[in-house]
Write a protein that binds this ligand. Structure first.
Ligand code: NAP
Length: 253
């Protein structure tokens, strides 16, 4: 198994893509620390893993709060006895025109998506450096970290920032054995996006923007995340892997 006995920490592990990363890592032998703002949902993820014979522990985590982040990394290390992989999947988004976007909403989205990627990554990397251990970080960027879409100014800016921090940390930490990569998914059916699928017109628009003519399931993105996180991928760092069904390759004529 690709992650046998490895310690995998996941932010936003109570829902959507993060939850599927927890399930997939556990199936590959990982011992999982599930962090989420909603402790009940983190506990549900962990309980599902334990129910299938795996090991998982749930923690309440606010990725925007440095004290909460430090406590999460410390508790995961104590509980699991080591640190190997961090997946930053906690995220939120607004849908509002740039003219109506409030400063409060801008700061909330940048806080969770960008600062909330930086803080866990820094805390995790600091511990690895202190332990003189290698490790891997995988961030959740987005097609909106590469291009733009209307009514998502803070989200788009935050995901462009995630691309930046991914490259920056990969550059600074590569010679310490810490690899940092990101996935850039297209539209994935999760609680974050579920509303789109209730409207047949919007569901068709989503099919049409992807060259493959459909949206993604969260398990497909988790698969790509584990690909970047696995030890065998030792020469891949600073990569932004599009998992977007062809969204960003161009428009159909
Ligand atoms: P999701 O189902 O809403 O899961 C996100 C999780 O993050 C939720 O459990 C959420 O908890 C949690 N969270 C929010 N704020 C947090 C905080 N401050 N601290 C800790 N946890 C927090 O969303 P998803 O679709 O799986 O998205 C996962 C990541 O993929 C996000 O970064 C998203 O931007 C990215 N992504 C998603 C898509 C897509 O189409 N779904 C596409 C590209 C990229 P609450 O529900 O309690 O807020």
């Amino acid at each position: 198994m690709r992650f046998q006995d490895q310690a995998v920490l996941v932010t936003g592990g109570g829902s959507g893509i993060g939850q599927q990363v927890c399930f997939a890592a556990a199936r590959e032998g990982a011992r999982v620390a599930v962090g989420d703002l909603d402790l009940e949902r983190a506990e549900a993820t962990a309980a599902t893993i334990r129910g299938t014979g795996g090991e998982a522990h749930a923690f309440r985590l606010d990725v925007t709060d440095p004290a909460s982040v430090t406590a999460f990394v410390a508790a995961a290390e104590t509980t699991l006895g080591r640190l190997d992989v961090l997946v930053n999947s906690a995220g939120i988004r607004e849908i509002v025109s740039v003219l109506d976007l409030s400063l409060e909403e801008w700061q909330r989205v940048i806080g969770v998506n960008l600062t909330g990627t930086f803080l866990p990554s820094q805390a995790f990397a600091r511990r690895l450096v202190a332990l003189d251990r290698p490790g891997r970080i995988v961030n959740l960027a987005s097609t909106l970290g590469i291009s733009a879409a209307p009514n998502r100014a803070a989200y788009t800016a935050s995901k462009h920032g995630v691309v930046g921090i991914t490259k920056e940390m990969a550059l600074e930490l590569g010679d310490r054995g810490i690899r940092v990569n990101a996935v850039a998914p297209g539209v994935v059916r999760t609680p974050m996006t579920e509303r789109y699928f209730q409207d047949p017109v919007q569901a068709q628009v989503i099919r049409d923007i992807h060259a493959v003519g459909r949206w993604a399931e969260p398990a497909e993105v988790a698969h790509a995340i584990l690909f970047l996180a696995e030890e065998a991928n030792g020469f891949v760092t600073g990569a932004i892997l599009t998992v977007d069904g062809g969204w960003t390759i161009g428009k159909k004529m």
